[in-house]
Structures are given as C-alpha cells and as structure tokens.
Ligand binder design. Structure first.
Ligand code: ADP
Ligand code: MG
Length: 243
C-alpha cells in the first residue's frame, strides 16, 4: 500500500516538446522508496536522471503517471501548491553549493526557515543547531568565500536539513570537490543517514554510489536495474588540511 512508502511513483512519463519534436525523457518509471533509505541514481548523460530528480523534488510535474509523496498526490498540483510541498518536504544539495555569497553561513542556513515563516529567534536556534550538526559551530559568521569547498558543501547540507525535510535530494554533491573532500562529505551523508534521514543522490561516480544502500540505474528514460548494494562503503578515514 502506498501509505507505507514515503515515495510511490507509478508509470511516470515526462515528455518535453521542443519545436515539433517530442523528447521522451522518462518513459514509464515505477519507483517506491521508504523512509530512511539511502539511494543512488546512476545512468549515462541524457538517461533522465535530472528529469526524475526534478519530479522527485517537486520542481516539476510528470506528463503522465502518479507521484504520491508522504501520502499526498503531487503529480497534478499547481505551481504554488507544489512549492509549498517542496519547501516542507525536500532539502536540496547541489553540485555548485548554491549559497548566497553576501550572506554568512548562518544566514544561508536560515533562508528555508524564512520561507517557512519560522519566527526569528527560533530560526537562529535551528540554524545554529544545523551548523553544529555538520561540524561548523566555529564558522557561522563566515561568508562562502571565507570557507573551503568542503565547508561550503557542509553549509549547503545544513541548509538542506534545517527544516527537517522528509527527503534529502543531492545532485552530484561531490562533483566540485577534490577526492579527500568528497570522502569527507560522503562521511557526513553517512551520519545524516544514520540519524534517520532519507537520501537520494545522483552521481556518475561508482565510488560515490557505493555509499548508498540501493543503486538504481536509468537508461534511456527507464529503470534498467534497481538493486540493493550488498557492501556499502561506510565511514572512511580522511585528513583534511585546513588553512
Ligand atoms: P540526465 O540528467 O540523465 O543527463 P536529463 O533528465 O537531463 O538527463 O535529460 C533526459 C532527456 O530529456 C535528454 O534527451 C534531454 O535532452 C531532454 N531534456 C531534459 N530537459 C529538457 C528540457 N527542459 N526541454 C527539452 N528536453 C529536455
Ligand atoms: Mg543531469
């Protein structure tokens, strides 16, 4: 029953009309994801990963099929309603961090709480806790250009988590990081997973995907395989040199 799944997607199709051509980006995808799963989505360029993530993250709606998120059918909502659900249910982590350069780490993390209408004194407390949770208690007043790449991504993870969303969606979260810093961020994702969160990440790197407990491969707009990872990579030791 769909009530038991955090995500229940049935026969989702997404078609884009480009001039007179119809691009079939997703051709009938079925997917169920439970609370506290850790899923990696892989697949070659053009296979539909971003299209699927956009739908999962309530940034877009499917052309056909249904998407039940946390008990709500979000497949045919208006943009306003979709944005409401997105702000409540989804935390995004992007390859490029997407932090506001003029804002401190604390202000960046508080942004989703402003959209959610949380009173100021609570916002500050929640954002501080989120930054402490990602190990940045001593960097709250720093601006993005005063932080390392790994620290910036930690701020982005804190921002994604600050209003306790149902799902963390991460699109190539280590794509702009060197290999040591990538390990550091994947350790952080492991902590977040162990805290009970649900994580879905897109990556083209097998080493990154191996951290997930389940690996889904897309090919040409369809699920090619959907397998449990029998031997996930857990915490790895890494020494990050800080300036
Ligand atoms: P991936 O993220 O796996 O590289 P995408 O989901 O971005 O794949 O793209 C899947 C297919 O849909 C591709 O053929 C791509 O060209 C097409 N596509 C993606 N977004 C759009 C769009 N906004 N308009 C038209 N075609 C699109
Ligand atoms: Mg993509």
């Amino acid at each position: 029953m769909s009530e038991h799944n955090l995500i229940s997607i049935s026969n989702i199709k997404k078609y884009y009309q480009v001039g007179s051509v119809v691009v079939k980006a997703l051709k009938g995808v079925d997917l169920k994801i439970n609370k506290n799963e850790y899923v990696a989505i892989m697949g070659p360029s053009g296979s539909g990963k971003s299209t699927l993530m956009n739908i999962l993250g309530c940034l877009d709606t499917p052309t056909d099929g249904t998407y039940i998120l946390n008990g709500t059918d979000v497949s045919k909502l208006t943009d306003d309603r979709l944005a409401e659900i997105r702000n409540k249910e989804i935390g995004f982590v992007f390859q490029t961090f997407n932090l506001l350069p003029r804002y401190t780490a604390l202000d960046n993390v508080m942004l989703p709480l402003i959209y959610a209408g949380v009173p100021k004194h609570e916002r500050i407390e929640m954002a501080k806790r989120a930054l402490e949770n990602v190990g940045l208690a001593d960097r709250m007043e720093h601006k993005p250009n005063e932080l390392s790449g790994g620290q910036r991504q930690r701020v982005a993870v804190a921002r994604a988590l600050v209003n306790s969303p149902s799902i963390i969606l991460a699109d190539e979260p280590t794509g702009n990081l060197d290999s040591k810093t990538s390990v550091d961020i994947m350790n952080l994702f492991e902590d977040i997973y162990e805290q009970g969160n649900t994580i879905i990440l897109v990556t083209h790197e097998e080493d990154i995907a191996r951290h997930a407990r389940r690996i889904i491969r897309l090919l040409d707009g369809m699920i090619e395989s959907d397998e449990i990872n029998p031997n996930p990579t857990l915490h790895q030791n890494v020494v990050i040199e800080e300036q």
